[in-house]
Design a protein around this ligand. Structure first.
Ligand code: SAM
Ligand code: SF4
Ligand code: SF4
Length: 369
């Protein structure tokens, strides 16, 4: 069985060194492979009210699972401080995630604080959130009022029985659809809907989902089931390649490939040939997009990860709590990004994947998807 907790404070995420010469941020920061620092994903909680089989399976995330104590979490002030330093380095897009981000109390206050940040060019960074939608109907309006720009909602099936098997907590599809409606009404669009396709579990829902969202204001994106973390028992046989998703939908509703909107876009876009709508495909297993990956991830307790598949992070919280100055923390971040050479998905093989028992990658619910 997979290990129950992610080892924290075990030497895998030491605080980053402070460079001896401090530097001023210039708004442009490239890594060792020339990739700019452009996006920041912030996990605001490691808890979730769902137990999706591919993310927080019940057998691992049970009542004895050791979640982080509140004192370990970055406070809203700490998150905003770190985000401000990242924005000064060129981050233009901030995504709140988790765990389930809407479980974090008073999240609107954090959104309001982040909405006050400005890029070196004086723009408000794009502020988005990924949610399972369970609390969205209640919170969409207040999040919008606080300054949230958009939401991505995860939904893995339209059929209730299938969806309940995926979320494993008996949550109904209608409630997520109500959340999507509320988000749309509140102006949090264009809404993206993420469907993780797990072969043998919900792949029969590809077509019903495509039919349902075709022509709606929401853009449906199919995500290949990834070998993230160490607890979901990932198996390559359960990955449905995006090419197969396109084949199945295209056989009924012809599709045409679209060019990318911008470099670093993770989803390949296809539009329906009849002009009514589009879909996205996120193929992190069969078509890695590491070469354009411009994302940094901040875990719930303030560890910086430069790749979703990293086995260790860099403890920024330690720097904040030992009273380091902005210039020191900012210079440490710059130094880390400059040497970043991660490209896990491109180099993934059977030997390095989650198939290997010894793999100790961090969980998605902790690092933030
Ligand atoms: N709880 C929120 C949600 O579900 O939208 C936010 C966090 S969740 C970790 C972020 C995204 O990661 C979701 O769209 C989820 O479906 C996706 N995800 C989680 N585990 C995955 C896996 N093993 N492979 C592919 N996507 C995964
Ligand atoms: Fe929770 Fe999101 Fe993971 Fe599902 S994918 S268990 S909703 S964090
Ligand atoms: Fe980015 Fe790592 Fe994913 Fe490659 S594997 S796209 S470097 S997060």
């Amino acid at each position: 069985m997979a290990e129950k907790t992610i080892m924290l404070g075990d030497g895998r995420s030491p605080p980053p060194p402070i460079p001896s010469v401090l530097e001023q941020p210039t708004g442009v920061l490239g890594d060792a492979l020339g990739r700019p620092l452009h996006d920041l994903r912030i996990s605001v909680t490691d808890r979730c009210n769902f137990r999706c089989v591919y993310c927080m399976p019940k057998e691992v995330f049970d009542k004895d699972y050791a979640y982080l104590p509140h004192s370990s979490l970055l406070s809203f002030e700490e998150i905003t401080r770190v985000a401000r330093l990242f924005v000064a380095h060129g981050v233009e897009k901030i995504r709140l995630t988790g765990g389930e981000p809407l479980l974090r109390k008073h999240l609107e206050s954090l959104v309001e604080m982040l909405a006050g940040l400005r890029t070196p060019a004086g723009r408000k960074p794009d502020l988005t959130l990924t949610t399972n939608g369970s609390l969205l109907a209640r919170k969409a309006r207040s999040l919008r009022d606080a300054g949230l720009d958009r939401v991505t909602v995860s939904l893995d099936a339209l059929d209730d029985a299938t969806f309940k098997r995926m979320n494993d907590v008996d949550f109904a599809v209608a409630d997520v659809l109500a959340g999507i409606e509320a988000a749309h009404a509140a102006g949090l669009g264009p809404i993206k809907v993420n469907m993780v396709v797990k072969g043998g579990m919900n792949d029969q829902e590809i077509l019903p989902m495509a039919r349902h969202f075709k022509g709606s204001p929401a853009i449906l994106r199919f995500i290949e089931y990834m070998d993230v973390g160490a607890s979901n028992g990932w198996n390559l046989d359960e990955v449905i390649p995006s090419s197969e998703v396109v084949r199945r939908i295209g056989a009924e509703m012809p599709l045409v490939a679209l060019p990318a909107n911008y470099s670093g876009e993770t989803a390949a876009r296809w539009r329906y040939a009849d002009g009514v709508g589009e879909i996205g495909l996120i193929s992190s297993v069969t078509q890695a997009f590491c070469q354009d990956c411009s994302r940094a991830r901040l875990s719930t307790e303030g560890k910086l990860f430069t790749c979703l598949f990293a086995t260790g992070g860099h403890d920024l919280r330690a720097l904040l709590r030992e009273g380091r100055t902005d210039a020191e923390v900012s210079s440490a971040i710059a130094q880390l990004w400059r040497v970043r050479a991660d490209r896990y998905s491109e180099t993934r093989t059977i030997n390095t994947s989650g198939l290997q028992r010894g793999a100790r990658k961090v969980e998605m619910s902790y690092i933030g998807g």
